[in-house]
Design a protein around this ligand. Sequence first.
Ligand code: PEP
Ligand code: MN
Length: 270
Amino acid sequence: MLVYQRDRSPAVEIGPFKLGDGNFVIMAGPCAIESKLQVDLTAQTLGELHIPVFRAGAFKPRTSPYEFRGLGEEGLKILADVRKNTGMSIVTEVMDSQDVELVSRYADILQIGSRNMQNYRLLEAVGETQHPVVLKRGLAATVEEWLYAAEYIMAKGNEKVILCERGIRTFEKYTRNTLDLGAVVAVKELSNLPVIVDPSHGSGKSSMVAPLARAAMAAGADGLLIEVHIDPEKALCDGKQSLTPVQMKELMKELNALSKAMGKEIVNNN
Ligand code: PEP
Ligand code: MN
């Protein structure tokens, strides 16, 4: 039985604004923190677009252990500088319950990755903080399993859970994952949790990100998580699905037009 999801308020406070309040919150940034220069240049371009939340991973859960796995605490410090210099809020992944205290010191929002959606110790550990948590759907998780994972966090006293649909494994090979926008509608029917959509991991292809982002807004999502890289071809992680700053600017124009038609307000960082 889903216990917590009926009573909680749907809005999650993130610094100066709320997510899940009928408005639309965009989180964007590179898959991984590669260097201070890369992050600062990206943050500058996203700042010019008034994006309120900057994303980037310091601890990267890579399928192969031989790939770039992130800069760790050094990366977190780079993110803290972004917050100081731009006023953007920071979302970054925490992979292990032992790192929750460390990541919480630097981040405004904790991200639980798809591969960890059913890591119950980790869910409880973030549940013991009062940081908002972006809970990504597991790559093979049903909607029910996803909502129960959210319950693990809330049962510990932290009700600031933001669901994130990021695509699931299906028989389809053209895309990296199959973005399940039906699940956005389903979790809205079953719970009062806010839900954002990640069309970057949901497709694995930069050419599909903007159309799926628009579809997510139209389907009633509360926001987006989008990967943006200053030079996708040189990215150490997920370059193929990353938008360039110019593409992100174009997408923002499209989303602004759509949001007007839908009567939704896109949250701006100042
Ligand atoms: C990410 O956001 O970069 C990431 C690793 O996402 P997921 O856990 O959805 O694969
Ligand atoms: Mn990624």
